[in-house]
Design a protein around this ligand. Structure first.
Ligand SMILES: Cc1ncc(COP(=O)(O)O)c(C=O)c1O
Length: 481
């Protein structure tokens, strides 16, 4: 009797347990093709369960053509487990292409030392979720539902949720950006926007210029598209113009990718005059610009600088990527591309070809949240919160760390260049053992430089841990020196 080895539990419906037991029996070869199953009456009596449960299990298996009932004869197994399934192996590592290998090999979540519970982590530059005004968001979600209803659960438009596009259009205008002859595509954050742009507008071997150092995810994506990355050094006012011009002349780049506000990892804001010169150079040599406008809202000390897209006037030479991920709800994965009307038309088709569109439920809720004014209230609150943390970080660095220089004027991170070429990876090993983790600077450089630097992300670190953690880093530096 196949059911003699079945032990029923109380947590699952009886019929699912019966079904699973029969399937197991077939898989293990205890029930072969043609074996007769106990009648429903016999089984229910034997197991002391209702006959309906047995009937339900048999009907379900019959529906899947696993068993067959022959009138007047009984119920029989109609497949052979051993013959129907067999091990079928592929060596997937051999199949992974350049794209897959690049993204896997540069996946720092897998390759870098990982956060362990209880550690002080300066690794992340994610916002502090305790600050999120969740009640405002819940209301926005309900507003979205009340207004759009089931529409939000059906297919939407590749370009994005129209009210949100309009909102971001006005938002960009409020930053001084002309939207004449331009359009917006909603994406899954900066990361997808950048990937869509590079996939659509570059080819293998094209040169792309960017700051040195720069956002490591952007480096990873550029590499995955087989682009030649040329990094241009920065000083405290932003990218160095002489080096930029030389590189433009030498490489005739296809693009410049710049993070003019609170560059990741340095936190440097490219100053007003530098921005204008950067634009002038790119215009003169016809280098299209991809501007990464993340973090513009988190300014503490310098005066607000206009996006490059604003300096580009009504021209179409700048593609602006917007993301509020460092401030608000990065989990919603909402970003946008503002660019030339015809270009956005193409990118819209690319977006449709890749993911159809970003979630309409999320976009709509985000829109109602932004529209309610909650965002501005929230911004005032978080600016003060992060500014206080930033000041504490800077004070603690002054007090405990012997550095060459420190940069960072806003955002959720600062960057430290160590003295005497001290190895930040060795420092990280020491600190890790003492429960402190940070980002070693080399991941932001294309050519293996930056080994003597580190990024301190502080958005989610408690005040007492900021002081304690930076003190530990300072002690590590003294030991290594
Ligand atoms: C330079 C830069 N741009 C943009 C982003 C935001 O990316 P996403 O919108 O995909 O979360 C980040 C996040 O770390 C960043 O460092």
């Amino acid at each position: 009797m196949i059911f003699s080895t079945l032990e029923l539990n109380k947590n699952e419906p009886i019929y699912t347990q019966l079904e699973r037991h029969i399937l197991e029996g077939i898989r293990k070869g205890e029930l072969t093709k043609g074996s007769k199953l106990p009648s429903t009456r016999e089984a229910s009596k034997f197991l002391n369960v209702s006959r309906n449960s047995v009937i339900a299990a048999y009907e379900e298996l019959e529906g899947r053509a696993v068993i067959t009932t022959k009138r007047g004869k009984g119920t029989f197994v109609s497949i052979d487990g051993h013959k129907e399934s067999f091990d079928y192996d592929i060596d997937w590592n051999k199949k992974v292409n350049f794209y897959g290998n690049t993204l896997r090999n540069l996946d720092i979540i897998k390759s870098e030392l990982s956060y362990e519970k209880g550690m002080i982590s300066f690794k992340s530059i994610a916002p502090e979720e305790d600050l999120f005004n969740v009640d405002d968001f819940k209301r926005a979600l309900l507003d979205a539902w009340n207004f759009e209803q089931e529409n939000l659960l059906n297919y939407g438009y590749a370009k994005g949720y129209k009210p949100l596009i309009d909102y971001f259009t006005h938002y960009m205008e409020s930053k001084g950006v002309s939207t004449y002859n331009k359009d917006i595509l909603i994406t899954n954050g900066f990361t997808e926007a950048f990937d869509i742009i590079l996939s659509s507008l570059t080819k293998e071997g094209d040169v792309i210029l960017c700051e040195e150092p720069t956002h490591n995810t952007a480096l990873k994506i550029m590499k995955s598209h087989k682009l030649k990355i040329v990094q241009i050094p920065m000083d405290k006012d932003g990218i160095k113009l002489k080096e930029l011009e030389e590189a433009i002349k030498k490489y005739s780049p296809s693009f410049g990718y710049f993070i003019p506000s609170y560059n990741n990892p340095t936190g440097i804001v490219t100053k007003g005059e530098r921005r204008k010169e950067l634009m002038r150079l790119c215009r003169e040599y016809k280098v299209p610009i991809i501007e990464d406008g993340f973090n513009e809202e988190l300014l503490y000390s310098s005066s607000p600088a206009k996006p490059l897209a604003a300096l580009g006037g009504e021209g179409n030479g700048v593609i602006y990527i917007g993301s509020l991920s460092k401030i608000l709800f990065p989990g919603l994965r909402i970003g946008w591309i503002l660019g030339d009307l015809n270009l956005i038309d193409t990118l819209e088709s690319v977006k449709r070809g890749r993911t159809i569109h970003s979630s309409f439920l999320d976009q709509s809720a985000f829109y109602y949240y932004l529209k309610s004014g909650a965002f501005n209230r929230y911004l005032r609150n978080v600016r003060k919160f992060y500014k206080d943390k930033y000041n504490l970080v800077m004070e603690s660095i002054e007090k405990y760390i012997d550095y060459d220089y420190v940069t960072g004027e806003g955002g959720l991170h600062v960057f430290i260049k160590l003295k005497n070429s001290l190895d930040a990876r060795k420092l990280l090993d020491i600190c890790y053992k003492r429960g402190v983790i940070f980002m070693s600077g080399d991941i932001f450089f294309e050519n293996g430089q930056g080994k003597d630097s580190l990024r301190i992300g502080f958005g989610r670190v408690k005040d007492e841990d900021i002081v304690k953690g930076i003190k530990i880093i300072g002690e590590g530096i003294r030991e290594l020196s």
